[in-house]
Write a protein that binds this ligand. Structure first.
Ligand SMILES: [Zn+2]
Length: 230
């Protein structure tokens, strides 16, 4: 049996809670007899790639953008590999395989490629929009700390010292230090994609990232109630 693949881009500001929602959904799908969920995370892929690839690292450090044609190529490769992985691992395939895309498509040229690819492969699609006010995203990024001793994360509003090991005041994540620029790029490059996506996706849900547990439940209900018929 082959799974029916449903591609779902996740849209939202950096730090809006997409990652938590994705992690929660993956857990929720473990108990489902119909849906399996896999994730394709472009940001994670490029961060890892930058560790061994000098030119990519230079582009990312300087805040430049990796070319759309290269990102499109990586998207196809990652998607094909991710969809095939459960088969190779000999896992029991469920009826529907939901592929959550994080960080793609982020620009209009990527969006056009996404639509072409989707049409060419005849894939079903839906959209998840996680919304959170920009000022909340910015605030969260200024109070978030990562502990250099144990790797735990915490908020300076709740703790002065790392609550996991008690040994450090923590430092700001590199991503958080770049937040202003990331938000600006999002507003310039990705906001137009979101507008397009909202106007054409037949199946879509918008949730607030303020309470990611609640948002995850709302998205899961949407999947179970609306996407089983795709
Ligand atoms: Zn610690």
């Amino acid at each position: 049996m082959q799974s029916k693949v449903i591609l779902i881009p996740m849209f939202g500001l950096p730090g809006s809670g997409k990652g938590s929602v994705m992690a929660n959904l993956k857990k929720m799908a473990e108990g489902s007899t119909i849906f399996s969920i896999i994730t394709v995370e472009m940001g994670a892929y490029f961060r890892k790639k930058a560790q061994t690839d000098g030119p990519i690292k230079d582009i990312m450090d300087s805040g430049g953008l990796i070319s759309n044609s290269f990102v499109n190529e990586v998207f196809e490769e990652l998607l094909n590999a991710s969809v095939a992985a459960p088969l190779f691992a000999g896992e029991n395939l469920k009826e529907k395989m939901i592929v959550l895309l994080d960080g793609y498509p982020r620009t209009l040229p990527q969006w056009e490629h996404f639509l072409e690819y989707r049409a060419e492969k005849n894939l079903s699609v839906a959209g998840i929009f996680v919304e959170l006010e920009e000022k909340i995203v910015m605030h969260r990024s200024t109070i978030r700390r990562i502990c250099p001793k144990c790797g735990g994360t915490f908020s300076t509003e709740e703790y002065q010292l790392c609550p996991h090991c008690g040994k450090s005041e923590g430092i700001r994540r590199a991503d958080d230090l770049k937040m202003e620029r990331r938000v600006r790029v999002f507003n310039e490059e990705t906001a137009p994609v979101i507008e397009e996506a909202k106007s054409i996706f037949e199946h879509q849900i918008t949730v607030s990232g303020e309470d990611t547990k609640l948002a995850s439940q709302q998205v899961w209900d949407f999947i179970v109630q609306e996407l089983w018929k795709l």
